[in-house]
Design a protein around this ligand. Structure first.
Ligand SMILES: *Cc1c(COP(=O)(O)O)cnc(C)c1O
Length: 377
């Protein structure tokens, strides 16, 4: 069994994929070919925003966003403590300070209450200027943007949606990556919508940000590539990857997102009955794209033993994430707020992600569930 079955997916898409990728090679339009613009238009339409700007990867998408927001030394950027490193990394890279905030124990996403407490704490300390919030759609479930956007408005902050794991998710009829002023995603192969290498994109309705990001992604270009008006980076999406993503987006829209939700529903229906297993919580009105299907166990010992027992049966599982961001050595010295992060600490010790992808069969799910059941007997 595969944790995320990309080989199986390719077999399903092979005919279209081979044709579209070979077309790029025949046309030799490798950089910013027509497929890049076509993909950006399709993605903007899917997300329901005015602009989609593709780039080299999900981390660059966050960095380009941070550059557009002019994040700099002295700025506080609020980031969940339970996430992938990149969400906080780009804040430090740009010279600003990541201020870590604890997450909700049920959704694993940024806790609005703790966010507001943290903002108040930073304001009353007076050392940093609160500037932005990076809220992550962890494991495919959108963060609570209704509450987070309200808090941001109250304090005059910009909300960035790190939708690297969230593409395809929704809150009511609003689509992920378009749930706040600016959103980003990653097309890393294992993400909900992945390409065959690295890729990323930024989504916004803001014309000014869109223009500046298009400049930053090509060396701070002005009217043309050899007219440089600001210091930028080189971060474009390859035409080959755009061609791959156009084929994948069709499958994603037509059946993959439904299939992955069906698989998650089946897991939950069966695992809910197993004593000692906490199944993922999807709040009313929310829809997940299930980048991960993640269980919560009683304690670290139980989690580690369950993982070992699955491994003995050749069932892959992963620990996302073993360490809170606030304990990462890389952030040492760049951080002042390390109190009130207990939920993240507990989750790092007790979560376990099971095999999850749109091509998971009922038999695979039954095999995983039986193995979990046996462990608890
Ligand atoms: C994967 C990921 C990123 C970075 O994406 P890359 O394409 O690997 O650079 C950023 N944030 C989160 C939450 C992620 O899961």
């Amino acid at each position: 069994m595969q944790f995320r079955d990309l080989k199986n997916q390719y077999q399903h898409l092979k005919e279209d994929m081979n044709r579209e990728v070979i077309k790029v090679m025949n046309d030799a339009n490798f950089i910013m070919g027509t497929q890049v613009k076509e993909l950006e238009d399709e993605l903007a339409d899917y997300v329901g925003v005015k602009h989609c700007i593709s780039c080299g990867n999900g981390t660059d998408a966050l960095q380009l966003t941070g550059m557009a927001l002019d994040l700099k030394k002295g700025d506080a950027v609020f980031v969940p403590d339970f996430t992938f490193f990149a969400s906080g990394e780009i804040v430090s890279l740009l010279g600003a300070t990541p201020v870590f905030v604890d997450v909700d124990e049920k959704t694993f996403n940024l806790s609005p209450e703790k966010l507001e407490d943290r903002i108040e704490q930073v304001i009353s300390d007076g050392k940093l200027t609160p500037k932005a919030i990076i809220a992550v759609d962890l494991f495919g479930l959108p963060a609570d943007f209704i509450s987070i956007n309200k808090i941001a408005d109250k304090y005059g902050l910009t909300v960035v949606e790190d939708g690297a794991q969230g593409f395809g998710g929704r809150i009511k009829d609003k689509v992920a990556c378009g749930l706040s002023a600016i959103g980003t995603t990653s097309f890393f192969p294992a993400k909900p919508l992945g390409c065959y290498g690295d890729g990323g994109a930024i989504f916004t309705d803001n014309d000014e940000w869109a223009d500046i990001i298009k400049s930053y992604r090509v060396h701070g270009k002005g009217d043309n590539k050899y007219d440089n008006v600001r210091i930028g980076i080189n971060s474009r999406l390859d035409t080959v990857q755009a061609a791959v993503l156009k084929v994948k987006l069709n499958a994603f829209r037509e059946y993959e997102l439904k299939a992955v939700n069906k698989a998650a529903g089946r897991y939950t229906e069966l695992l809910e009955k197993v004593n000692g297993v906490g199944t993922p919580h999807v709040p009313e009105g929310f829809y997940s794209s299930w980048a991960q299907y993640t269980l919560k166990l009683k304690d670290k010992d139980t989690r580690d033993k369950l993982q070992a027992s699955l491994k003995a049966k050749d069932i892959p599982s992963m620990i996302y994430y073993p360490k809170p961001m606030s304990t990462q050595l890389a952030f040492k010295g760049d951080m002042e707020y390390i109190d009130n992060l207990e939920t993240t600490r507990k989750l790092c010790d007790t979560v376990l992600s099971l095999p999850m992808h749109p091509y998971l069969e009922d038999e695979d799910i039954a095999e995983v569930v039986n193995s979990v059941e046996e462990f608890f007997k």
